[in-house]
Design a protein around this ligand. Sequence first.
Ligand SMILES: Nc1nc2c(ncn2[C@@H]2O[C@H](COP(=O)(O)OP(=O)(O)OP(=O)(O)O)[C@@H](O)[C@H]2O)c(=O)[nH]1
Length: 352
Amino acid sequence: MDSRIPVTIITGFLGAGKTTLLNQLIKDHPQKKFAIIENEFGEIGIDGGLIVGTDENIFELSNGCICCSLSEGFYETITKLLDSPHPFNHLLIETTGIADPDSIIKAFLSMEVIQMNFRLDSVICLADCANMEDLIDEQPEVRKQLALADVVLLNKADTIQENYLKKLQAVIIGINSTATIYPVEFANLSGVDLLDLKAFSARTIEKSSMSFQNLSIVGDAIDPQPSLLSKPIVHSTKHHHEHQHDIKSFGFKIPGSFDMMKFDIWMESFLYFNQDTVFRVKGILSFDNVPEKGIFQAVRSNYMIEAGEKWGTEARFSILIFIGKELNQKMLDENLCQLLAKPVEAIKSEAG
Ligand SMILES: Nc1nc2c(ncn2[C@@H]2O[C@H](COP(=O)(O)OP(=O)(O)OP(=O)(O)O)[C@@H](O)[C@H]2O)c(=O)[nH]1
């Protein structure tokens, strides 16, 4: 059993309802002992980032802006947390509304001391229904927050009409089609334990990759038209304008198995050279001569592959979902084809 402390990262633009969610989570889980890192931009933590508020089951640290001080600041905050005499069994991080949360997510996937002690459970993004559409157009951070989320809470659902809510859901799916979306009021969601989503676990990644809609098959001629997911979503009510979102999701189903070395070399350099435009990649991989499924996930240039279940007699395939901007579907298709252990034509003719 994984005994590391679970971490929930809460993102969302200014005023979207992050603090409301934090309070709701604390209220819903009286049995938990929380540590909270508040990451308010411009706020100076008392005593260089020490405890600023205490309760029997909660203690808070203020960290300034995590994304601006990640390398030393965040590491220092985490070390303080681990050294403190306060016991806690869940870490909540509220990120500043105007920041891109990727650096903090990356810290949990790449910094060894952090990984040894903490398990990233999920990234929850709050979106304010009333002004989300405008913010998506105006604020690139909002699009990134949505792109990196595992769960999007469409908050303040009380302020809009039901049919408009459906349209907002479609806008979010257009940006990040792997996120689970829940409309909520005052960040209140019953029936789902938001603290135990295990979004970064191999099982969840596998499940969400398998259920991804509109996968294009690698090796088939890519339609020169943009895929369904990349079409701008047109709204017929309230706002009469089109969104030309720069962030999109593409999914590929790749027959056969990858050559592990070719895949590794390509993926490492692809993510490195595209770290400003590729936010998240996840999926299931089949590698030649490897009996288990490889469960893949990347946040910017950091990636990891975990062993999943054995393939058994199942026909081999891989699924990869890319979330980012300026993604070239045709180029990705051609590149992925080149990484296969056998030429795609041979795989297809074997399959009949
Ligand atoms: N009508 C309505 N108001 C809400 C809802 N959720 C939160 N609010 C209100 O929206 C305001 C902002 O909520 P917060 O939780 O402080 O938002 P935040 O994201 O933490 O804000 P910052 O820390 O400024 O980024 C508060 O006045 C809340 O009471 C909701 O579902 N409906």
